[in-house]
Design a protein around this ligand. Structure first.
Ligand code: PAF
Length: 285
């Protein structure tokens, strides 16, 4: 497996792979890899011959009071982890390589980035859209795989691809869960033991709401109330938002007459860790 740190070398690698007739797939990550990332890799390798995983903790998507400094960085371990899974190359640039001096260009996606996670993380999706577009330009993948846990991120990136006429296919891979239902996330490592014990409540709440939907309930308010009432059983998992929105424009749905994203973000009481999860009712991302 090749480990590449320079944009020019990454582009040469992809051009070479494509010249040999191989499709290139990209799995963008910030490292601290877990089984959820492995599943993204596996999805990518089902669609293409050359799978590139990028590992870059993107400063542009963290707010000033967020966890950029303490975000886990473990490149050596990450490379060992994915080599065995059949990853062909890891692209791990430095911040200076991605944002050299005088860097001034950012991608601003309107309308869908100020709601849900964007409401409490101003600038987050500007940073995500910018780095993902840069990664697409550097790696030149035909497909890119993202985790469905970050549903708003998937929707924002699909918007960028459509609006800017990019020729990359975006695939949302299903969320991978711990045996007790907690969605895998690099940030789960921040949880205290008590928070970790309560965290599966989020998935349980989403599954109860999905049960209601499957039983015929179509009221957005009833679905959200169901999630909130189950989250209220916990002491340490405080909801930041519970929303039912449509899967394209992220507009609230009073009545679920088309596929709806039921999305939840919680803040834990002891360590202040932010956990997100979702389920799509009546469709896919
Ligand atoms: O989901 C992530 O890990 C990040 O937001 C991404 C897509 C790698 C961009 O930095």
């Amino acid at each position: 497996m090749k480990i590449i740190t320079k944009c020019s070398e990454m582009a040469d690698y992809s051009l070479d792979a494509r010249a040999r007739g191989g499709a290139v797939g990209l799995v963008p990550t910030m490292g601290a890899l877990h089984d959820g990332h492995l599943s993204l890799l596996k999805t990518a390798s089902r669609h293409c011959d050359n799978v590139v995983m990028s590992v870059f903790v993107n400063p542009a998507q963290f707010g000033p009071a967020e966890d950029f400094e303490r975000y886990p960085r473990q490149l050596e371990r990450d490379c060992e982890f994915v080599e065995a899974a059949g990853c062909d190359a890891v692209f791990a640039p430095s911040p200076q390589e991605i944002y050299p001096d005088n860097y001034s260009t950012y991608v601003n996606v309107e309308n869908i980035t100020g709601v849900l996670c964007g409401a409490s993380r101003p600038g987050h999706f500007r940073g995500v859209a910018t780095v993902v577009l840069k990664l697409f330009n550097i790696v030149m993948p035909q497909i890119a795989v993202f985790g469905a846990k970050d549903a708003q991120q998937v929707i924002v990136i699909k918007r960028v691809v459509e609006d800017l006429n990019l020729s990359v296919k975006i695939i949302a891979a299903p969320t991978v869960r711990e045996p007790d239902g907690l969605a895998m996330s690099s940030r789960n490592a921040y949880l205290s033991a008590n928070e970790r014990a309560e965290a599966p409540l989020i998935h349980r709440a989403l599954m109860s709401a999905k049960g209601l939907y499957d039983g015929g309930e179509r009221g957005g308010r009833s679905i959200m109330d169901c999630v909130r009432s189950i989250l209220n059983e916990g002491r340490l998992i405080n909801p930041e938002y519970v929303e039912v929105v449509d899967t394209t424009l992220l507009k609230p749905l009073d009545s679920i007459v088309r596929p709806a994203l039921l999305a939840v973000a919680c803040r834990t009481a002891e360590t202040g860790t932010r956990l997100i999860d979702n389920v799509v009712l009546g469709g896919d991302l």
